[in-house]
Design a protein around this ligand. Structure first.
Ligand SMILES: NC(=O)C1=CN([C@@H]2O[C@H](COP(=O)(O)OP(=O)(O)OC[C@H]3O[C@@H](n4cnc5c(N)ncnc54)[C@H](OP(=O)(O)O)[C@@H]3O)[C@@H](O)[C@H]2O)C=CC1
Ligand SMILES: CC(=O)N[C@@H](CCC(=O)OP(=O)(O)O)C(=O)O
Length: 321
């Protein structure tokens, strides 16, 4: 039973990049009551605690340390504790939290039954979506030496990185990072792709605000059954048949792919580029890092956890200018 006439949500960190995007999606949606704290009080623990006790669900859109503090605060409310969705990295591989990737086998039901859900990272959303069906089908050996390459728009780094690009760019127009090979997303990518060997992950940022490509190169003769690129595509199509927000697109002989054209939507697009004669393929996911990669997944999870159909809050087409 909701605490009020309709289910209510508080976004802790609603002034940040991810929080604002969730707020935009829920503000225009009538099935959920969005509750806020006055700006001056947004970091005031007493104000937060009071509001947490009044709402059904809190979304944490905070740096990891602050997310852990807020999760502890919510747990301390006992019978008044709200359900939680954490958009940070703090609880992604924590066994007490459900991983909020609704399109993975069994996850939608687990999310619907959970009190604490960890929202996936933007890069893992692309990487896991490409890899998991191939592992589950036994095509990709669990110990395959997987490399995940990716490029993100600069909003992926939140307010601090946005300040390096707006109003004037001080960063390089394109750079690789994560080169110590300790990126915070590797653990969740390995766990939920079902890989036994830690994947190599090479992220990068370009001088564009939003949008993301995640790509995984594969040598087909090292896969089980030496599949053709078309077999990989068929495997992905079968895994996501009937999915509302993941679509598999034909490569159509394209040799180029840009990251921005699903921005503002909740689509996660998957493609298999391949050369059967060379025995090589590249799997590519395209998504909006702030859409399906953050706020869209959070809104999907809010819907599942509160039992509300949120399809109307999740754009499938870009808004007209
Ligand atoms: N940007 C992206 O593409 C994605 C981000 N995420 C994750 O979501 C979380 C938020 O990221 P993002 O929105 O990008 O980051 P931002 O830096 O844009 O926003 C974080 C917000 O949290 C606020 N904040 C910090 N501490 C507290 C506190 N104790 N109480 C209340 N508010 C606080 C900040 O306020 P102030 O600036 O005043 O300190 C800021 O408004 C992070 O954990 C991030 O890793 C997840 C997926 C994708
Ligand atoms: C471009 C950029 O800097 N991106 C961020 C990841 C964004 C994200 O998904 O953060 P969470 O792990 O908190 O979800 C990074 O690489 O740290």
């Amino acid at each position: 039973m909701p605490k009020g006439p309709i289910p209510s949500v508080f976004i802790d960190g609603e002034a940040g990049t991810t929080g604002l995007q969730i707020r935009e999606r829920l503000e225009r949606f009538p099935g959920i009551a969005l509750r806020s704290i006055a700006d001056a009080d947004r970091k005031n623990p007493d104000a937060k605690r009071a509001l947490m006790a009044e709402v059904d669900l809190v979304v944490l859109c905070l740096p990891d340390a602050a997310a852990k503090d807020s999760a502890a605060m919510a747990a301390g409310l006992g019978a008044q504790a709200p359900k939680l969705i954490d958009a940070s990295t703090a609880h992604r591989v924590d066994p007490d939290w459900v991983y909020g990737f609704a399109e993975l086998p069994g996850h939608a039901a687990a999310i619907a039954a959970a009190a604490r859900v960890s929202n996936p990272g933007c890069y893992p959303t692309g990487g896991i979506a490409l890899l998991r069906p191939l592992v589950d089908a036994g095509i990709l050996p669990k110990d395959y030496p997987v490399t995940v390459n990716a490029v993100s728009g600069y909003t992926g780094g939140g307010k601090a990185m946005i300040a390096e690009f707006e109003p004037a760019r001080t960063a390089a127009p394109f750079f690789l990072y994560g080169l110590t090979l300790e990126h915070k997303h590797v653990a969740e990518m390995q766990r939920y792709s079902g890989l036994a060997r830690r994947p190599l992950f090479v992220p990068s940022v370009g001088d564009f605000a939003q949008g993301m490509l995640v790509s995984v190169p594969l040598h087909l003769d090292l896969l089980n059954g030496s599949p053709k690129p078309a077999d990989l595509e068929a495997c992905l199509r079968s895994a996501y048949a009937g999915s509302g927000w993941v679509r598999v697109e034909a490569a159509d002989g394209k040799a180029r792919l840009a990251p921005e054209d699903v921005n503002g939507t909740n689509w996660l697009e998957l493609r298999v580029f391949g050369n059967a004669d060379r025995g090589q393929a590249v799997l590519v996911a395209k998504l909006d890092n702030l859409g399906k990669g953050a706020s869209g997944a959070a809104v999907q999870n809010i819907g599942l956890m509160l039992g509300v159909d949120v399809a109307g809050a999740l754009p499938l087409a870009q808004a007209a200018e």
